[in-house]
Design a protein around this ligand. Structure first.
Ligand code: MN
Length: 148
């Protein structure tokens, strides 16, 4: 089971993300602010973090900074989920260490695409040391073989 941590202070958005993710077969954990997000990363050890920018206690920028300062979390893919959609915000977010960016209101197919992209990338990076994860090898071969 792939575990995804949703860090988001808005309960309605958290619930929406949980439903979308569980419908796609992911295991979902939740955090309501940035400090709880950092705590839950250690507890749950998620494969991916969806991180709201505007949150109490620690905002998304503070959280991503602490994650990127931690060598143990170097491979953790982090996607910003935010309504900050003004010109330049996307660049600022990506320069802060996020791997991806989703704007609110959330587009479910963009969410799926972003998760597929980052989890495939992570699986390939993690699989380089031990090559016995069947299925994953086939997926990678198929993906690199088809130009479509
Ligand atoms: Mn928020």
């Amino acid at each position: 089971m792939i575990r995804i941590l949703v860090a988001e202070d808005n309960a309605v958005n958290r619930e929406l993300l949980r439903e979308l993710l569980e419908a796609r077969g992911y295991t979902v954990s939740e955090a309501c602010d940035g400090q709880e997000a950092l705590h839950m990363i250690e507890q749950v050890k998620p494969e991916l973090l969806l991180l709201d920018i505007g949150m109490p206690v620690l905002d998304g920028f503070a959280v991503i900074q602490r994650i990127r300062e931690n060598p143990r979390l170097a491979l953790l893919p982090v996607v910003a989920v935010t309504a900050y959609a003004m010109r330049g915000d996307r660049e600022k977010i990506l320069q802060s260490g996020f791997d991806g960016y989703l704007s609110k209101p959330l587009n479910p197919s963009s969410l799926t695409e972003e998760l597929d992209r980052l989890l495939t990338k992570r699986a390939q990076a993690a699989g380089q040391g031990h090559g016995d994860q069947s299925g994953r090898k086939d997926q990678a071969a198929g993906a690199s073989g088809s130009g479509a």
